[in-house]
Write a protein that binds this ligand. Structure first.
Ligand SMILES: Nc1ncnc2c1ncn2[C@@H]1O[C@H](COP(=O)(O)OP(=O)(O)OP(=O)(O)O)[C@@H](O)[C@H]1O
Length: 615
């Protein structure tokens, strides 16, 4: 949010309770909006950003509210101590529920959240110590440095300070190393795990984070109302919080405040206006509310906040960030030790992959040394990408061995393989399209700095963050995308997206780089530039394994070729040898292949005419 608007918002907010003319109803309404914003902010992170739908957040509000209600009335604890207890309890419960529920995928996850939300609701209503369905009354006001926050105008400040701090912390989190990992959750786990990110951990982290925000909301609610009963913590409130997140804009922190404000104001207005219009006191407001929700889901799926932000950008002319300077200079990230040129880096021995009855990779063997570029070629469906996936741990081998610098890769998950120094790109680009090019590449450097969630939320990670972004910018300059740092990755042409993937893999500081069709979609000049970058990496001692259909590109760049057909290795050797191998010619178009340069005339330099050829 623009800093000036934020300052005005805070000043107006702070002034409202001080002005005697502000109606009491406004204050109450703003208090409820603040309380809801805290819960919805958690949902923005969990559902909007992380893609994990939860209907159960109201139950965590209940956990915070009941903890403090019971401890401050029955045990005479201070509300602050009760808050601490509530947070610890919520952390434990959320961790447990998260560890169990977040294994579920698809519609099973929302159903799981409904199940435990109902369980907690009925627990609140049935426990005698919690007053069953009557709840607990007579809760004391919060005492803040000797000041009793007993009126709505007094607790208003505590609620909104909590909201603003949570917005700040969540914004910080989202723009940090762990935040980028969280933003990758929605796109599936293969890409992120290939850069060493433990996706299951991050799912639990955002689940707990969202639950803790709900707990704080519940604590404030209990001390504002001075009484609690189970009904505000039921499933219907869980659904309403989700509506608020969707209406506000579930991928933006300010969407939480906008969504809460809109839904709560609308509910109130419908309750006031509807009886006057249709001349009945029957409970029709929920029907109108439901219709409104369907319309929002139909016509403004991204929510109201992105619409407001877009209007603002148009009005102020801030439509692009392209002209922003690159991230400032920062210390270099540590680099891993590299093997001497010529050292054996990768050894694939009799690797086999069967999909049911289909043998996609049939006992393939080859070796790759440091400072060497090897091409893995073959017609469509030959098993090249599957071989890549066996090396990088995306698929388990059916049989055989894959060894990297003395480590068995075939026993490891892809994130452990990434830690050893294997970087990769994907046949079908796997980027986060709404993140900037710079942020996408910074994901590649995830393992090169340790920044935890607490440090990220408190923004004490400045130095590490600067180093990560500096590294990402450096790799983007190297591959020729230095002018696109702040462009959304999804706006790049497909060829550029492939290059971006190479920069991301380089940001991981790999010893072995696996490139799956890096030249696809590139123009002739761009291919030449890419060939230069790869050649330079080879000179620096990197090992590169390349799957590529562009034969000129492959023949001119690689030191060694392995040719596959129907999962089997049919030839191996120098590019010039492979080009004339009858088995290879037979595999490509039954022996007459224009793309395979039979005469070998172009073996020394790429020709403009043939550079776009594909097998
Ligand atoms: N997950 C999977 N389940 C079942 N079959 C698969 C799977 N992945 C690949 N295959 C099959 O394995 C064979 C090899 O596929 P692969 O994608 O490795 O070939 P490729 O050489 O990379 O082809 P292309 O050049 O077209 O990308 C194909 O017949 C493909 O249909």
């Amino acid at each position: 949010m623009n800093r000036l608007i934020l300052a005005v918002f805070i000043v107006v907010l702070a002034a409202l309770p001080l002005m005697g003319s502000t109606p009491e109803f406004w204050i109450t309404q703003l208090n409820y909006i603040g309380l809801a914003s805290l819960v919805v902010l958690g949902l923005v992170l969990l559902t909007g950003v992380g893609g994990l739908t939860s209907f159960g957040q109201a139950a965590f509000v209940g956990l915070g509210a009941y903890s403090t209600a019971y401890l401050t009335t029955a045990m005479a604890w201070s509300p602050w101590l009760a808050l601490l207890f509530g947070l610890v309890l919520t952390l434990l419960v959320a961790y447990l529920l998260g560890a169990i529920t977040l294994r579920l995928s698809g519609h099973y996850l929302p159903l799981g959240t409904i199940a435990w939300s109902l369980s907690l609701y009925y627990l609140f209503g049935n426990l005698e110590m919690l007053g069953q369905y009557d709840g607990i009354a007579g809760i004391q006001a919060i005492n803040f440095f000797g000041m009793s926050l007993s009126s709505g105008r007094e607790i208003f400040y505590l609620i909104w300070v909590a909201v603003l701090l949570s917005l700040w912390a969540t914004h910080n989190l989202l723009h940090s190393r762990p935040g980028r990992a969280i933003r990758a959750l929605k796109s599936g786990s293969v890409m992120a795990e290939s850069f060493g990110i433990n996706m299951a951990n991050y799912k639990v982290i955002i689940f707990v984070y969202a639950a803790l925000l709900s707990c704080v909301s519940g604590w404030l609610y209990a001390h504002m109302q001075r009484a609690v009963s189970p009904s505000p913590f039921g499933l219907n409130y869980g659904i309403e919080y989700l509506f608020m997140a969707v209406v506000g804009g579930s991928s933006s922190v300010w969407g939480a405040v906008v969504g809460s404000s809109l839904i709560l104001t609308l509910k109130d207005q419908i309750q006031n206006v509807l009886p006057a219009i249709i001349d009945t006191t029957a409970n029709f407001e929920l029907v109108v509310f439901g219709i409104f929700m369907v319309l929002v889901l139909q016509y403004a799926r991204d929510g109201v906040w992105p619409m407001l932000a877009s209007v603002w950008r148009t009005v102020t002319g801030q439509t692009t960030q392209r002209k922003l300077p690159p991230p400032p200079e920062a210390a270099e990230l540590p680099r891993r030790a590299r093997p001497e040129v010529g050292t054996l880096v990768l050894e694939v021995e009799n690797a086999r992959k069967e999909f049911g009855g289909l043998v996609a990779v049939n006992d393939i063997s080859f070796k790759l040394k440091a400072g060497e570029i090897m091409g893995l070629i073959g017609p469509n469906g030959a098993g090249k990408s599957t071989t890549f996936n066996l090396i990088t741990g995306v698929l388990p081998v059916t049989k055989g061995r894959v060894e990297f610098l003395g480590n068995r890769l075939d026993k490891l998950p892809s994130r452990e393989i990434a830690k050893l120094g294997v970087g990769r790109t994907f046949q079908h680009v796997q980027l986060l399209p709404t993140m900037t090019v710079l942020e996408n590449v910074a994901i590649g450097a995830h393992l090169r700095r340790e920044v935890g969630v607490v440090s990220a939320t408190l923004h004490t990670d400045r130095r590490s963050e600067a180093e990560l972004l500096h590294e990402a910018a450096k790799q983007l300059q190297r591959v020729g995308l230095g002018d696109y740092l702040y462009e959304q990755a999804g706006n790049l042409a497909l060829g550029q997206q492939r290059i971006l993937e190479i920069a991301r893999a380089l940001a991981a500081d790999p010893v072995l780089l696996l490139l799956d069709e890096p030249a696809a979609g590139l123009r002739y000049k761009e291919k030449q530039e890419l060939a230069k970058v790869l050649d330079q990496l080879r000179q620096e001692g990197m090992s590169i394994l390349l799957v590529e259909h562009d034969m000129d590109f492959v023949m001119n760049l690689t030191d060694h070729l392995v040719v596959m057909d129907f999962g089997t290795k049919i030839a191996e050797g120098l590019p010039s040898e492979v080009q004339t191998n009858p088995a290879v010619l037979e595999a490509y178009l039954g022996g007459i292949d224009d793309d395979l340069d039979i005469d070998g005339e172009d073996a020394a330099a790429p020709s403009p005419a043939a550079a776009g050829g594909t097998a």
